[in-house]
Structure formats: C-alpha cells, structure tokens
Design a protein around this ligand. Sequence first.
Ligand code: AMP
Ligand code: MN
Ligand code: MN
Length: 327
Amino acid sequence: MISKDLRAASREIRSLLHTAQKPLIVAHIRPDGDAIASTLGLGLCLADAGKQCQMVLPDGIPARFKFLEGSRNIRNRMEPGYDLVIALDCSDQKRLGEDLSGIPVDINIDHHITNEHFAKFNLVLPEEPATAAILTRYLPEWGFPLTPAVANALLTGIVTDTIGFRTSNVSPDSLRQTAALIEAGANLSDVYENALTYQSYAASLLWGLALSRLQKEGKLAWTSITMEDRKKAGYSGRDDADLTNQLSAIENLNIVILFNEQNDCKIKVSWRSHSGIDVSKIAQRFGGGGHPPAAGAEIKGNLNEVEDMVLTVTKKYLKAQKSKGEN
Ligand code: AMP
Ligand code: MN
Ligand code: MN
C-alpha cells in the first residue's frame, strides 16, 4: 500500500516531468548499474517526450555499461539552462559530487533506507530493490511509455542492484516488473552478460592484486584496492570493478569489507553482510549510508588509518550483535 504522502509526491513529480522543457538528471558519484540505468531510463523517456534533457554523471560510466542505448549522451559536466533537477539513486545530496551538491534539487527518486529527503519532492521506496524498479512502476503511470531501450536500461538497474536477482529484497513484485520489462523489449540474457558477467582484462588483473591481500578474522573478511593496484592493472576507473559483489559471495562470513583507495586522500569503504546484520548503521557512523545488507562510506585519511578505524568499529558492532542474539 502506497502512503498518502507518496501518492501526493508522485502526482507532483508527474506534473513537473510533463511541464519541464530542459530537465537535468543526475545520480550518485562512482555510478553503479542502477544509477546509470535509472539516469538513462528516465532520460530516454523524457527525450522521447520531446524534452531537451541533460544526463550528468561526473565520473562517467564504466565500460561494461556502454552497451546501453543512449549511454554516449551521458555527460561529465552540466550545462546551465536546465529548468528541473532530478536526482536518482542518491541518498544524500553530497553523493551527487562537488559540482552538483550545492544546487537545489526538485525531485529525488531513490530506494535507500538512509535517504535524507533532500529535494522538494521525494519518492523514496526502501522496499524496492533498485531505483530502476521504482521507475519501472511509475514511468508508465506518469504517461511515459517503456520503449525497448528504456526497458533494457531499467532491467540493467534491477539486475545489477540485485546481483542477478539474488538479494533478499527480490519480491514477486520485482519479478513481475522484470517480466513487464522483457515484454516491453528488454533483453535479459544480453543485460546479464554485459552488465554482470563480462569484465575487462584490466579488471581481472585488479581483482588478482586485491584478492592476494584478502584477510579474515572470525566471520569478517576484508581487502583493499590501492592506487598502485589500479596503475599496475591498467584499470582507469575509480570504482571497485565489481569486486565487492565477488567478496559478498564468500560463504560462511557475516561481513565483508572492501577498502578502495581514491586519489583525493579518501578511502571508499564498502560493507556487505549476511545473516540479517544491518551494515548501513556502521556506514552511517562514518557519514555514509546504504541498505541493511550493502552500505558504503567515504572516509578521509590514508589506507592504514581508515582500515584500522573501520575494522575496530565493525568488530565491535559484530560483537554487540552477537551478544544481543545470545540474550
Ligand atoms: P557500494 O559499497 O558503493 O556498492 O554501496 C553500497 C550501497 O551503499 C549502495 O546502495 C550505495 O548507494 C550506498 N552508499 C555507498 N556509499 C555511500 C555514501 N558515501 N553515502 C551514502 N550511501 C552510500
Ligand atoms: Mn547505486
Ligand atoms: Mn540502487
């Protein structure tokens, strides 16, 4: 059941999307499949409706998403002259990146439980497995048809955020939405291969370097990607080359952590959990956020310092969870 507030937000969003002439669509930095797919899904719809639409992702997009129609039209910088700002898959405005974190946002569509409702109109549905799933539901309701290109983009968002339908938030509803996208012309095997299965040779080398330092203590495992690794592997992106998903596939662990060294004295930390442990609470302590089983934060400092700090807090949290369970 959708609440009265959400219904009102949806009505306002529909009318804003129809009246805008030059909408600007943005999503979170180091965009993942859902951020890219949602940007494209909505962007293609608005362009089909005759709008002069800007899609802006400051970090560009990883090569594995370049198979998506319209991905070449995604820009790194915004141009002035927009008349509506829509943020997608982004829980707080800082996550839009330096250029975009100061501009007033009209519409915020997202599925993070930690979303800060920073826009004029907020459509935040934490039970949905992807922002693309929210768009799959609402775009047709708002009068924007799902063309095959739009459907393919949105399916990519759902497939990547659910790691191929294997996260616990995949519901009968999300599978029905997926079926609707396939009926609208999306190609599931193509999306699966391009967005989830294939990876570049450089990404494989990067995995090798990072995995050679994998460590484990009890049911906690962690490793890092360093700037040096990226150079050695010839991997140009600042993202994790999908390694966090791979770490989350290791059996018999409660939490895995990836420390990803960035070029600005910051470490991007990713937590993944099993057995119902809510890692978004740990990420929030470091100014980050996310979902109970998958969360992240950006922490200032060098790799050793941040590793020590995060491991200490995470171990304490695990201990507290354990004693809670035993009580
Ligand atoms: P990641 O570890 O980057 O794959 O992110 C896991 C989840 O946490 C995703 O849903 C992200 O959008 C969210 N997340 C990652 N980093 C941050 C951050 N700094 N602030 C808020 N949410 C984040
Ligand atoms: Mn995302
Ligand atoms: Mn998402």
